[in-house]
Design a protein around this ligand. Structure first.
Ligand code: MG
Length: 185
């Protein structure tokens, strides 16, 4: 199958790193569980401007991978799947992101797709943490299989219809195998 993996908050700890920086710079006490929706400035004592100021190219480059990111890509490829990274990151960080996907995930530049409208992806499975990425321009659920990386901000997913949830990268291969079995029935 063709499998697209989101980068921020699927393969990486973007939100946790953002919170750590905000807490340090503005002397706050934000926790991951406080962020209960996509627009995080609505849930914390920070302005949009302060939030956006956090996301410098240098910060983006410092965000760590989750444990098992490389293993996930390798395992999916070993099972015969085609793996791409589908990321909506800021344009100034495209070059860096492509490079770390090549250096740390063993991918080639063609495997990294910079895309905001993920409903246009021609894939069998999307793994993402942003619920809107599983909906098309008419706010209808996409045709591809939806695997939601569990985060406090994506708990209300009733509009998605059938979907899967994972709490850790190590669960994704099993979910992909379940999807494949169900498709063969
Ligand atoms: Mg994401």
């Amino acid at each position: 199958m063709r499998i697209a993996l989101d980068f921020d908050d699927v393969l990486s700890r973007f939100l946790e790193a953002t919170i750590a920086k905000l807490n340090f710079v503005h002397d706050l006490d934000i926790e991951l569980e406080d962020i209960k929706g996509w627009n995080m400035d609505e849930y914390i004592d920070c302005t949009k401007e302060q939030l956006f100021a956090t996301w410098t190219p240098k910060f983006i480059e410092s965000v760590p991978f989750r444990d098992g990111a490389r293993k996930l890509v390798d395992d999916l490829k070993a099972l015969g799947h085609e793996v791409v990274i589908a990321t909506a990151c800021f344009a100034p960080t495209h070059e860096f992101r492509e490079k770390i996907c090549m250096d740390y995930l063993g991918l080639i530049s063609e495997d990294v797709i910079f895309i905001k409208k993920k409903y246009l992806l021609n894939v069998d499975v999307l793994v993402d943490d942003k619920l809107d990425n599983f909906m098309d321009s008419d706010s209808l659920p996409c045709e591809f299989e939806k695997v939601v990386y569990n985060m406090p901000h994506n708990q209300n997913s009733s509009k998605l219809g059938l979907h899967y949830r994972v709490n850790d990268l190590s669960e994704i291969v099993g979910v992909v195998e379940t999807i494949q079995k169900n498709r063969c029935k």
